[in-house]
Ligand binder design. Structure first.
Ligand code: PRX
Length: 670
């Protein structure tokens, strides 16, 4: 780092008292260094001072009609809206009466000027192929594929499953759905056949878009085979499977059901008018984990979601026409939806997409890509940053990263050590970091620095975005004091909020709106420091955050008990230096079954098979019984302590001493 850069980014002052909140990481409790954006960055930014941020935030909360009415005019509306918001908790309607089309906003409207020949998507495959799609080319491909969907009788409102590798065709398929008003549901490639089946049945999809395979760390992920297994012998609503040829390996083609993507394109032309959709028309469903065994199909709608996606790219990433922006998330997660596809394209930016892993073929793959494409804005996850730190600085030093001007993180709390490393080593001490807190349900950023305005401190997501009325409250809904831990709630509707859980109105009400009347409870614990910054502590429900991926403990438990040897299972998280949390399973076996290390390994494999590699347990421990309260509730708090090695030390991989647990239980809770 140059001296000049170091001077610009040096801590301004240290807080006198350390925050008292409970936290897994000691440094998150004591961190107090403040980094202000450089004058140079602020001067060019759309929002360049805290006064400007505060004024806009105040207006967005006090006069949402005015604020969002104005911002929404930056979208292209086929028919203008007549009212900004209609709110009857828990049902929000934004931009009532308005009609628009998402693909038209992301593509067509950029074709009239110089953006026509600008790169919309820059793609690199794991083996190293490179492709650039200009706005004009992407538009053409989307129209052609929309016509393929129409050829297969996909209509407005139909559900389309997309289970693809990280290739441009995944984004093309999503945008094609939006063009004709169909809803997509993208499934992350790390989910198994059974997970695909559950989602197909839940949303009633009539078509699946997939590929023969995808590349990951040099291996081929058998995507088509997983789809075949998901549909095997089952009475599913799926009539068509479109297969993109990516890897070229042999795959089974089911006559009358499966068609090749490239062949289908031969039958269609490139003219496809966008369908004008109501602002509140369903746009997509994205499944995520909750506190039961069944994933929730989070429903997002059109106008509000697109506005929030575009607005956050504009104000949080401050994206410009000359930026090369790279979000490393997979398209199968909400970050890939909002910040690889919809937000940047709505704004007319250049979005980079990479198919593979950061350490393939070597640990410097990301840095190589940043150098080669002169990436300016880089958005990744703390778990990746911790891995880069572990691999060592020499991998970075081989590359020129000076094109970077802004960095972002998402997915889990970032520990100050990782923040500092990211700031100094990746950003050369000159790039602001936006630590963005949000969720699948929120559609886009909720608590985040504004890079040209907000002073940041490593580990805090800082302050609410426009329209976000966030607070930290106790169980009775009373705001807690400075640095006291409580539940993070959102007290007003915002444009990109989820509109429901697919097919389950009651679960929507119960899961999000029943803890506090009229407020959204996010499932996270947090505290606020005396500057008003929000420090996210993590999930306080039965949801784990493993390497930035959400995983329901109940989901893993139900996978475990589906194994014939298992009588009962309880799953908890334990702190993990790299992944944030690791998955620990406590299992009791059925009469006549002997627990063993081999059985433990088999159960890990079983969970992988049922949910997918994304859920692979770190550890399986056997016990004669699970510790329970007298009313039969599993004492998770105790198991968490045991998993973290706080109560029982030494080698406990095979048999827990149930007496110890029982003793602890006796003195514990009921
Ligand atoms: O616990 C929070 C954590 O990730 C959860 C949401 O996960 P998901 O719906 O999969 O969306 C991830 C990408 C938006 C939250 O409830 N989380 C997300 N971002 C942060 C975070 N925790 C702390 N700091 C963040 N910046």
């Amino acid at each position: 780092m140059s001296k000049k850069a170091a001077a610009k980014s040096s801590p301004k002052k240290a807080a006198k008292t350390a925050p008292k909140a409970a936290s897994n990481s000691k440094s998150l409790m004591t961190e107090s260094r403040v980094f202000k954006p450089s004058a140079e960055f602020s001067k060019k930014a759309r929002i360049s001072s805290m006064a400007q941020y505060k004024k806009m935030h105040e207006e967005s909360i006090k006069h949402p009609d005015k604020f969002f009415g104005r911002e929404a005019k930056e979208l292209h509306w086929t028919k203008p809206f007549t009212k900004v918001l209609d709110w009857k908790c828990p049902n929000a309607k934004w931009f009532i009466g308005g009609k628009l089309n998402v693909s038209e906003n992301c593509l067509d409207r950029h074709l009239d000027g110089p953006r026509k020949s600008k790169a919309a998507l820059i793609w690199e495959g794991e083996p190293g192929e490179k492709r650039v799609l200009t706005y004009q080319q992407l538009h053409r491909e989307v129209c052609r594929f929309a016509n393929v969907l129409k050829r297969h009788k996909v209509k407005k409102g139909d559900r389309v499953i997309i289970y693809m590798p990280m290739i441009p065709e995944a984004a093309i398929a999503m945008l094609a759905c939006t063009r004709i008003g169909a809803m997509h549901s993208v499934i992350f490639g790390g989910f198994s056949a059974e997970s695909i089946k559950d989602r197909v049945l839940d949303c009633g999809a009539k078509i699946i878009i997939t590929a023969d395979g995808g590349y990951r760390r040099g291996a081929v992920v058998p995507l088509k085979k997983n789809v075949d297994d998901a549909l095997k012998g089952k009475d599913t609503p799926v009539e068509t499977v479109v297969v993109y040829k990516r890897t070229g390996q042999d795959v089974h083609i089911e006559e009358g059901r499966d068609v090749w993507w490239h062949r289908e394109l031969e039958y269609v032309d490139a003219r496809c008018a966008p369908v004008a959709m109501d602002s509140e028309s369903p746009l997509f469903i994205l499944y995520t984990s909750g506190s039961t065994g069944k994933p929730k199909g989070i429903l997002h709608t059109t106008g509000g979601y697109l506005l929030h996606a575009q607005m956050t790219c504009k104000y949080v990433f401050d994206l410009r026409d000359d930026d090369v922006y790279w979000c490393t998330a997979d398209i199968g997660w909400v970050t890939g939806h909002t910040y690889m596809v919809y937000g940047p394209l709505a704004l007319g930016a250049t979005s980079l997409m990479f198919e593979g892993a950061p350490n393939w073929p070597e640990n410097d793959r990301f840095w190589k890509i940043i150098e080669e494409y002169a990436v300016t804005v880089f958005y990744t996850a703390p778990t990746a940053i911790r891995a880069f730190m572990k691999w060592g600085d020499e991998w970075l030093k081989k590359h020129d990263l000076s094109s970077l001007r802004l960095l972002g993180t998402v997915g889990e709390p970032i520990n100050p050590e990782a923040w500092m490393w990211y700031h100094n080593k990746v950003g050369g001490g000159k790039c602001p970091i936006v630590d963005t807190w949000w969720q699948t349900e929120t559609g886009g950023h909720m608590i985040t620095p504004i890079p040209g305005a907000t002073p940041t401190t490593p580990g805090t997501a800082t302050l609410p975005f426009f329209g976000v009325d966030a607070a930290i409250v106790d169980d009775l809904g009373k705001e807690v004091g400075v640095n006291e831990q409580g539940k993070l709630v959102i007290r007003k509707p915002w444009p990109s909020m989820l509109r429901g859980i697919w097919g389950d109105k009651k679960r929507y009400q119960d899961a999000y709106w029943s803890d506090f009347k009229g407020w959204y409870f996010a499932g996270d614990g947090a505290r606020r420091d005396k500057q008003g910054n929000f420090w996210i502590i993590g999930r306080i429900d039965d949801v784990l955050n493993v390497a930035g991926h959400r995983l329901g403990t109940a989901e893993v438990e139900s996978a475990l008990v589906s194994h014939p040897a298992v009588a009962e299972a309880a799953v908890v998280g334990r702190p993990d230096e790299m992944k944030g949390q690791g998955v620990v399973c406590f299992v009791t076996v059925k009469e006549g079954i002997k627990s063993s290390r081999e059985l433990g390994e088999e159960l890990k494999k079983h969970v992988r098979k049922v949910i997918g590699p994304v859920a692979t347990p770190d550890e399986v421990r056997f016990a004669a019984a699970l510790p329970k309260t007298r009313s039969g509730k599993i004492m998770r708090r105790l198991l968490k302590q045991i998993a973290a090695g706080e109560l029982i030390k030494g080698d406990t991989t095979t048999l827990e001493d149930i007496n110890v647990i029982a003793q602890l239980a006796a003195g514990g809770e009921d």
